[in-house]
Every structure is written in structure tokens, then in C-alpha cells.
Design a protein around this ligand. Structure first.
Ligand code: SF4
Length: 493
């Protein structure tokens, strides 16, 4: 049996980093972890190939080679997925589909032959057993959350590692919190399920052995969901494994209450984590109450961010406007908060109600649902009728983007962050030719041609003078700023 795994293309979003990647000669930021994990669950005798359309083109020859195409997609990949399915149909190849896009809207894809939905550890073996008997059903679903301690390591060998800026890995699924707009808990439950320390170390080791030394993103919904295991087993095991190894800085997603636990922060940094994405959402207490973001309430959020930065963790933040409780003053408050916090990579989006969330149910009950969920909360669309006048909301949203990504405000945040941040020694990577080339490109694109050239040179010399060890971070952030401005100009124009 010949199986072609296909990962459709992402649009140009804040998360795609499409305008930053050429600086380091990369094509995508992360590989399709789900697909290469599913590939490892298929019978070993089957032939497998992968086409990640974010790094390469899906050709007619690829489709002619395959007996089955396995396609996995997130909601943001909807348009490209429709195109993939159309081409598979045309080529007469059977399609097996899974992933978040199809969980919410499989009925929108009548041409898909089989849906293997929810978590593949449960549904894929059922599909494979029926296929072998020659009587596969069209849809395989489950409400059971599987144990992931038996999940195999991803098939890294299907990837062309040189195309990616970062690799990814998964330690846990699920999150103990219950934010009303988040579909994580609907998809993966509130009791975090974790891999064992030997299992995780074997995955990290296999990645190291295939030669990867770059960044690794833990795609967990909330890495600190099960603190006890993390502190007792996982982080000590990673610290031990790391001895004598170079590179492999880790990033992940955590809830803000990590800032309350100095021991956990210290262990994470020692284990090699240097970046965390935190859902800050809003500085407005009423809006936090409305969306049930209890862990963010009743605290000085700026101080919590600074605590994480001082511990050695760069904080990336998610922010949302469009809550029912939001007043028109929220736009300026968000700008001021982001500037004070020194969160350089601030992802501000309009509130969306993904399928399966409590927010979706409330909007449906109140008759406020509009179009399909775009899966891209920074494209200026909403899938429900907001309480605030939509024109005021759109205008305010655009004002936030224009303000925080203006060269002056952005570079000011970079300096504020570098002032606070102490990069952990553990993950320092040797400077190579690609870094040097990225520096040269940044000089040409940002320092000579760019609108931001004054700010670029100011940061360049300020860092050399005040924080010379953080010079690579300064240039990296300048390059990210270029990407954010390109995406932003698209939405605010
Ligand atoms: S903390 Fe994050 S992952 Fe957990 S429920 Fe809230 S938004 Fe979702």
C-alpha cells in the first residue's frame, strides 16, 4: 500500500512567519507533527511519503503514485484543503481525512472517502482493521480521550529538516482550565494526559540523532497542566539528557500562573526552555470573568510577565478584543498594556467562537452566529455578531495593530524586553553561516531599504553597547518585526 501524507498550505498569517523565514533560508516554521505521528501508526510494510505544501509543491506524479492520500488540516488551512481534495478526486485517489478542520465540519467535504476523526490512537486502528476486512466505514469518531503513553515517536525521516526553522514535539494533551472560547478542552479534555519521561526523552533523542540542533516547540496546550509530573519526572529527565548536548532551545505554551512558581520556572529554564506563549487575552477584569479566564484574574499581569522574563523566559502573548464586556477604551488599554509588558511578539486577534466551545453554544443560543470560523483570529473577521458596533470594533482593532507594530513602538518593546531578559546559558547555539547571512540580509532589507531603518540601527548599536550577548536575539526580533508589519499592512490597509 502506498500512502501519501498531504499537509495543505497555510495562508499568510502572524503565525506563518512567511516574511521572516527567507532571512534564514527556511520555508516553514513547523512541520506537520500530527501527520508524521499518524504515519508512525500505519503498518510498517506500507510505503509512506509526505508532501508539506508549505515547503513543496503537490505534483500530479505524487497523486498518481499514491493508493491513498491522508490529509490533515487545521481550520486556517480550509481553502488549500478544498483544493487538495479536488485534485485527489480528479486523480481518482482515495482520501482519508482527519484533524481539527474535519472534526468541526466534515459534512462540508462530501468528496472525502473516509474520516478518521478525534484522536488517531483510537480511531485509526478501527479504520485500519475495517480496511483490512474490506469493509471500511465512512466516519470514525470517538469521545474517549486515549492514553498517549503508547503513542509512537513521529517519523522524522519523512521530513526534509532543512526546510523548517523549528521542530515540534508533544508531551501532553489537554488543559485543566476552561476558557469559554477555547476548543482545546472540547477536543482534548481537561485532565492533561502525558507521555512518560523515557518516551519523551526517546523522542528528543531521535530528533537529536537525525541532526537537529535548532529550536524545538512543545505543542502542548498548556505544558504546566500537570505540574507534579513535570517537576518530578519530566524536567529532571530532560536536564539529565541535555548534559553535553548543544542547541535545541525549547518553546511552549503555558498559563500565566507559571509566574507564581519560582521552582518550576527555574527547572524549565535549566531544562532548556527559553520562550513561552501565554494567553493574556485582556487587561480588563470583566472580560476575563466573561470568558472564564480565572487564572489571569486578580493579578498584576504586567508584573507576572516581567517575572517570567526575569527568570529567562521570553514571553509571547495572545490578546483578544471583541468580548461583550469590552468598552471602546479597551483598544488604548491593550496598546498601553502591551507596551508596558515588553511582550515583543504580541498576537492581537478578534474574538472567535470555534465550534465545540461554550462561547459557540452561547452565540448559537443568542442567535448571533455568523459565517464559518476562519481559524485565523488576526484576519479581521468574527464569526458572531459582537455587542460593540462592528465598525468601532474593526477600527479599534486596526488602531491596535497599527500602533503596536509601528517601527517605533515595536523596537521600543524589543529594547524593553532585552533590558529585562537574561538568556539561559543552557541553550546557546553556535553562530553559523546562516545566522551571518540573516544578519547581512537584515542590514539590507531593514537597515538600508526598510522604513524602519532608523529604529533598526538604533537597536543595532544600543544592543552592542548595552546587551552585546543578546545581539542575535535583537536581530531575530527585528526580522520578526518585519514579518508582523507585512501581515499587519495587509489587514489594516
Ligand atoms: S488556558 Fe489556554 S489551553 Fe487552557 S483552556 Fe484556557 S485558552 Fe485553552
Amino acid at each position: 500500500m502506498r500512502v501519501l501524507m498531504v499537509y495543505p498550505e497555510f495562508p499568510d498569517t502572524f503565525w506563518s512567519f512567511k516574511h521572516a523565514l527567507p532571512f534564514i533560508r527556511k520555508k516553514a516554521s513547523l512541520p506537520p507533527l500530527g501527520l508524521i505521528t499518524v504515519a508512525a501508526m500505519l503498518p510498517p510494510a506500507w510505503e509512506k511519503r509526505l508532501v508539506d505544501m508549505n515547503t513543496t509543491t503537490l505534483t500530479r506524479q505524487d497523486l498518481e503514485w499514491a493508493d491513498y492520500v491522508f490529509v490533515s488540516a487545521m481550520v486556517a488551512q480550509r481553502d488549500s484543503t478544498h483544493e487538495v481534495i479536488r485534485r485527489c478526486k480528479q486523480a481518482g485517489v482515495k482520501i482519508v481525512a482527519g484533524g481539527p478542520l474535519f472534526i468541526g465540519e466534515h459534512e462540508q467535504f462530501p468528496d472525502v472517502d473516509y474520516f478518521v476523526l478525534n484522536e488517531a490512537e483510537i480511531t485509526l486502528p478501527r479504520f485500519l482493521a475495517d480496511l483490512e476486512k474490506g469493509e471500511p466505514q465512512r466516519i470514525y469518531e470517538t469521545t474517549v480521550f486515549p492514553d498517549i503513553r503508547q503513542t509512537p515517536a513521529p517519523m522524522w525521516e519523512l521530513l526534509n529538516l532543512r526546510h523548517y526553522s523549528d521542530m515540534c514535539i508533544q508531551y501532553s494533551r489537554g488543559c485543566p482550565f476552561n476558557c469559554d472560547f477555547c476548543n482545546i478542552t472540547a477536543m482534548f479534555g481537561r485532565r492533561p494526559r502525558t507521555k512518560t519521561a523515557p518516551q519523551l526523552i526517546a523522542e528528543l533523542d531521535s530528533l537529536y540523532k537525525v541532526g537537529w540542533r535548532g529550536n524545538v516547540f512543545f505543542v502542548d496546550d498548556n505544558l504546566i497542566g500537570n505540574r507534579r509530573e513535570l517537576e518530578r519526572d519530566i524536567l529532571p529527565a530532560i536536564i539529565e539528557w541535555r548534559q553535553g548536548k548543544e542547541g535545541m532551545a525549547f518553546g511552549t505554551e503555558v498559563s500565566i500562573d507559571l509566574a507564581d512558581d519560582p521552582d518550576l520556572m527555574r527547572l524549565m529554564v535549566e531544562a532548556g526552555f527559553d520562550t513561552v506563549f501565554v494567553g493574556i487575552e485582556t487587561p480588563d477584569e470583566q472580560s476575563l470573568t466573561e470568558c472564564n479566564k480565572s487564572q489571569n484574574k486578580g493579578r498584576d499581569l504586567v508584573e507576572s510577565v516581567k517575572t517570567l522574563q526575569r527568570a529567562g523566559l521570553q514571553v509571547q502573548g495572545g490578546f483578544i478584543v471583541g468580548f461583550d464586556s469590552d468598552k471602546p477604551s479597551i483598544f488604548q488599554r491593550q496598546i498601553e498594556f502591551i507596551q508596558r509588558s515588553g511582550i515583543v511578539m504580541a498576537m492581537v486577534g478578534l474574538l472567535q467562537a470555534p465550534f465545540g466551545t461554550r462561547l459557540y453554544e452561547r452565540m448559537e443560543k443568542e442567535g448571533r452566529l455568523l459565517d464559518d470560523f476562519s481559524g485565523n483570529n488576526t484576519d479581521g473577521t468574527m464569526n458572531f455578531q459582537p455587542k460593540m458596533d462592528p465598525n468601532v470594533l474593526q477600527e479599534g482593532y486596526r488602531h491596535i495593530l497599527k500602533s503596536i507594530y509601528s517601527p517605533r513602538a515595536y523596537y521600543e518593546r524589543v529594547r524593553a524586553f532585552l533590558n529585562e531578559y537574561k538568556r539561559p546559558k543552557v541553550t546557546r547555539q553556535a553562530i553559523n553561516w546562516i545566522h551571518f547571512e540573516a544578519l547581512l540580509r537584515s542590514i539590507v532589507v531593514l537597515g538600508i531599504r526598510g522604513k524602519e531603518r532608523l529604529e533598526y540601527w538604533r537597536l543595532f548599536f544600543w544592543t552592542l553597547l548595552h546587551r552585546p550577548r543578546l545581539f542575535p536575539q535583537a536581530i531575530t526580533l527585528a526580522i520578526y518585526g518585519f514579518h508582523f508589519r507585512q501581515v499587519c499592512e495587509h489587514y489594516v490597509s
